[in-house]
Write a protein that binds this ligand. Structure first.
Ligand code: ZN
Length: 394
């Protein structure tokens, strides 16, 4: 080990040790108590808390508001001359079905070592851990050799139009590496699937239900299409972390009466794709599968949404650096693929920024009733972030 390496690992150890669980938890609670449900997207309710904490860390802050009330808070720490490490975290949360919750969704209740509330794991806990790590570095007297940029963004849950995508379009994202603290169960996420959401309308010909042969059932044709996509092999080699592409028909509707041959049916489906697959390819491959079900079927496909997949090379030096920073004595955290998309795709695909997902809590709890994040996860994540900050840079 060189003297520089030793100094670096001493700084990392000091920063790690300075993490304060109570302070981190209090910040996560304060954030959960802001109702930032999207839709409609009340991100403005969290601006006060976020601006206060960033200012307290000595950040230059700015509010980015591409549409009324759709606010992202930006904070920069550093002199602007060093490599920039970006933390991108979304502040919006998904809707709640209050009847399903046993605890108040925006109460920020701490119980049995867990913080409960909508957004606790997705992803206010992760943002709190990333911010606490800055405080830890400062308390430990660590001289950072990187600039830190915080993009605490709006509108991730409905596609990013008023959040990361708007920042991208405005040319406001500049970074040498990035971490998105979505819940990853403290593994290092390096790849994620994309999704094509589409509606297929099937047309037939009505007739009396007593004489099906006199008409042409759109429902019978739709059933053939459902079978075809569920059994489909989309012909792509499995990804080592993401497996094979899938397709699921999520809704089906059609027909008018039991005694009428259905003249129309609609399917809505969710096709998951691997990184590198474009919207055109995803549609073309789906069309081919639908064709194989029968070219006699009268159908029309409409794209509802497309989210591209993305990945970063697991061997990239920044991925290794984050994994090393997770190593608190028990070895580095594993790399992992996510079956869903995050804002990391904009950073990876549009700006070529090496971006990893790393955060406390689990995606299996995100978007559910009684969502929670384990408090010990907050501490572990903050310690990792502190070690990343202290180790990154020249
Ligand atoms: Zn999320």
């Amino acid at each position: 080990m060189t003297r520089a390496d030793t100094a670096r690992s001493d700084a990392q150890a000091a920063a790690r040790a300075a993490v304060d669980t109570r302070r981190c938890t209090e910040l996560a609670v304060a954030m959960v108590q802001c109702d930032t449900r999207n839709p409609p997207g009340n991100e403005s309710s969290a601006v006060g808390v976020l601006t206060d904490v960033l200012c307290g860390l000595g950040a230059r802050t700015e509010v980015f508001e591409p549409a009324p009330g759709r606010i992202s808070v930006l904070g920069t720490i550093g002199d602007g001359c060093q490599p920039v490490l970006l933390i991108n975290g979304h502040v919006d949360v998904v809707a709640v079905e209050e009847a399903d919750w046993t605890l108040p969704p925006f109460g920020g209740v701490l119980r049995d070592g867990r913080l409960y509330g909508r957004g606790a794991c997705d992803m206010k806990g992760g943002i709190a851990a990333a911010l606490e790590a800055v405080r830890a570095c400062q308390d430990a007297g660590v001289d950072l050799r990187c600039d830190l940029a915080f993009h605490l963004v709006a509108d991730e849950e409905t596609g990013g139009r008023w959040g990361t995508s708007a920042l991208l379009k405005a040319g406001r994202i500049r970074a040498d590496a990035a971490i998105v603290p979505e819940p990853s169960e403290l593994a290092v996420g390096v790849a994620e699937r994309g999704a094509l959401l589409a509606e297929v309308t099937v047309s037939g010909r009505a007739a009396h239900g007593s004489d099906p042969a006199a008409g042409h059932s759109a429902i019978a044709d739709a059933a053939r299409l459902v079978q075809a996509v569920h059994l489909a092999d989309f012909g792509t080699a499995p990804h080592p972390l993401l497996g094979s592409p899938t397709c699921n028909v999520g809704t089906i509707s059609g027909g008018t009466m039991p005694n009428i041959v259905a003249s129309s049916a609609k399917l809505r489906l969710d096709r998951r794709v691997l990184p590198g697959c474009t919207e055109q390819q995803a549609v073309a491959e789906l069309e081919a599968v639908l064709d194989r079900a029968g070219t006699d079927i009268d159908r029309r496909l409409e794209v509802l949404a497309f989210i591209e997949g993305s990945e970063v090379d697991p061997g990239h030096p920044f991925v290794r650096a984050v994994r090393d920073a997770t190593d608190d004595g028990a070895g580095p955290a594993p790399v992992r693929g996510l079956h869903l998309g995050t804002d990391a795709r904009f950073l990876r695909n549009r700006l070529d920024i090496p971006a990893v997902i790393y955060g406390p809590g689990s995606m299996t709890v995100a978007h559910t009733a009684d969502e929670y994040v384990p408090v010990p996860d907050l501490t572990v994540a903050a310690r990792t972030f502190a070690a990343v900050y202290a180790g990154y840079g020249r």
